[in-house]
Design a binder for this molecule. Sequence first.
Ligand code: HEC
Ligand code: HEC
Length: 456
Amino acid sequence: MAAYFHRRAWLTRISVLIAALALAACHDNGASAKPSANQNPSANQNPSSMQPVATAVAAASASAQHSLQMWVRYPQPNTSLSPMAALGKQIFFDTSLSASGKVACSTCHDPNHAYGPPNGLAAQLGGEDMQHQGTRAVPSLRYMGFTPKFTRHYAVPDADGVEDEGPTGGFTHDGEVDSLHEQAKIPLLNVNEMANKDAAAVSTKLRAAKYADQFTKLFGADIFSKPEKALEQATAALEAFETEDSSFQPYTSKFDAVMVGNADFTPEELRGYVLFNNPLKGNCTKCHIDSPGPGGRPAQFTDFGFEAVGVPRNLEIAANHDPKYFDLGLCGPTRKDLAKETNFCGMFKTPTVRNTAMRQVFFHNGRFHNLEDTLRFYVERDTAPQKWYADKNGKVVQYDDMPAKYRDNIDHVNAPFNRKKGDVPAMNGDEIRDMIAFLKTLDDGYSQHSGAKQGN
Ligand code: HEC
Ligand code: HEC
């Protein structure tokens, strides 16, 4: 209840802030922040790692900057890992578990890059010979803790009853798996990644690993004679590491420091923040929610929902050289169970934008390599499509990474996607620069402790 009260109070403040800035800028007045009702339950939350440590209570203040303070409860850093998680940590960094001997989870999910890709490749190379290219960009593994289980119809209570937010949740870009241990099997066995033939191949490698003793101590002396069980335990250990280790949810960004009242946005960052929240401009918070959740849960910058954004086809991905191949997210071909639900074709999961400014590849197919192009695409997708889509025989093929019959699934309702050819884009060049300044405040590493002052 307390959290609810503070959230509403904050929404009122942000509305005032938007209105003030909008009036000052002499356009878009009357804008008011729409409360983002889409707050998901913490299906996969590990309670032990979510104890409140820093509680920032919104203080009444005359200054616009201080009015940004919110009531947020940051998780207590874990000082020691359970034996299971400590084992998972060794597995995560172990290249000997791949057929090539060169790839570990950490090769693609680099802890120095917020557990995202260390390079600008649209999709990484792996497999036995390290020449097999994947078909999707590597997501960051930070802030996965509140990912709800996948559902086709996510119901959110609102003033009129219940609103269907559509498909939501699950792991990977298409939400195919509901738990981190199920997910971990995919790279271990995928021919483009760690390329183990089967559970027996993984088990043989685990038996030879330097932590084999710890493995038998936890799971029994005969564990390696039961390969399916050994694989299950290895993936459970990975899940424990990804859930317990504080490096997966540090909340050490400048944004968090501002929320606690330990830092102020610069004028550029503040303008970007307001654009992020303005439903007529960036409208980013509609999907990348930037307000605290129930119980003071820190903003996750995603609602875990699925959208067809219509990202252009990326020929850096070899599979896309086959004109008949389309990665349609929810409806396949990677995911198989929703192939008949063609109204979901082209939809991908909304990623968190925490640490997005560190990335060198954006969207599920890594089509863009910097934030400026990513954001210009967002606002010019429909106003100037010729800049973003390939043309065929002199005709621009808008939404060229989806077969024509599914293009109705593309979002045209929410700003910044609600424009037509020739319209003024939802944001201009200066506004995009301000937005990037704000997005940079979401990079972890500003402080050492959640929400603390710079460097502390
Ligand atoms: C060769 C690169 C590569 C390796 C190695 C790799 N991954 Fe990934 N990972 C990816 C890609 C690409 C995706 C997105 C897959 C998709 O959408 O189909 C992904 C997705 C994930 C996700 C889903 C994240 C989310 O928020 O939905 C998790 C969790 C994950 N990987 C964990 C691991 C673990 C654990 C390992 C080691 C056992 C591992 N990965 C090894 C490339 C890799
Ligand atoms: C209607 C929902 C929606 C809105 C509004 C929205 N996004 Fe997104 N965003 C998504 C989805 C879905 C994806 C993933 C699309 C894909 O991979 O095909 C995404 C991806 C991104 C990415 C790439 C992140 C990565 O890890 O690859 C960035 C950056 C981003 N959005 C920023 C923004 C900003 C800034 C705004 C406001 C200008 C915004 N988004 C508005 C749904 C939305």
